[in-house]
Ligand binder design. Structure first.
Ligand code: HEM
Length: 220
């Protein structure tokens, strides 16, 4: 879970920095999208190959991550049962943070929202705003986050809250699993880093759609 989780966090950071290109302008954003789809590692690999290798690796990481989560969840449910027929008593451990309590349901919410996101931007099965097969990635982004479609922005806000709660706790737990949480000082550093990465991802992802919905990108 730790290794695949950190791979997914790296993907989020890359995706977030990429999205910020909307602030440079339509050309920069479209050029970046084309480079992603066609040109990475060209001519080492033929046009368009890298993106598929990358997608396969990310999908494998996601599937493994969910598989491990399901196993941990199943083990914790088994652990609650008792051969003497005692009822499981919920223990409210005061040290548990909100994000640690929300890992499972937060993860499921995140998965559902990710599906919505992929249907919207990758397969374009559900579209909002006016765009078609000819539209550029920038047009698609602007049409989806049109000021009139403020509710799409609200869905994304919920998406990002779920992502950031999950990342905050996941980052901390992953490094704990990998053996970095060795002292109170190390715990402090890990905690601070986890908040920093989660906040960076939240702010970086929310800025482009917020600017679009608020009509602040017109000047660019
Ligand atoms: C407000 C936040 C976000 C915005 C505006 C956004 C925007 C986009 C856009 C425009 C694309 C299509 C790129 C293209 O094919 O041209 C995309 C693809 C994608 N996004 Fe996001 N995204 C956001 C958050 C996220 C988050 C939080 C995740 C993961 C939890 C995520 C995962 C993905 C994935 C997996 C793809 C498909 C990449 C591919 O087709 O290879 N996105 N996103």
């Amino acid at each position: 879970m730790a290794v695949t989780g950190l791979m997914l966090i790296c993907f989020l950071l890359m995706h977030m920095f990429g999205n910020l290109k909307v602030f440079i302008g339509p050309e920069a954003y479209n050029h970046y999208a084309e480079w992603l789809q066609r040109d990475i590692l060209y001519p080492l690999l033929p046009h368009g190959w890298f993106i598929w290798i990358f997608r396969a690796v990310m999908l494998a990481a996601l599937v493994l991550h969910i598989y491990c989560a399901a196993k941990v969840w199943a083990a914790s449910i088994r652990g609650r049962g008792s051969s003497q027929g005692l009822k499981y008593t919920r223990v409210n451990r005061p040290e548990r943070t909100l994000s640690s309590k929300l890992m499972r349901w937060g993860g499921i919410t995140l998965g559902a929202l990710l599906l919505f996101h992929l249907l919207m931007f990758t397969t374009k099965s559900i579209t909002f705003g006016v765009f078609d097969a000819e539209s550029t990635p920038y047009d698609m982004f602007r049409a989806s986050f049109d000021p009139q479609l403020w509710y799409i922005f609200v869905i994304y806000l919920v998406f990002m809250v779920a992502v950031c709660f999950h990342v905050r706790h996941g980052f901390y737990s992953a490094f704990t699993t990998l053996g970095a949480n060795v002292s109170p000082a190390a715990r402090g550093v890990l905690n601070a880093l986890a908040y920093f990465v989660a906040t960076l991802i939240f702010v970086g992802f929310i800025l482009p759609p917020a600017a679009s919905v608020l009509g602040l990108l017109e000047a660019i």
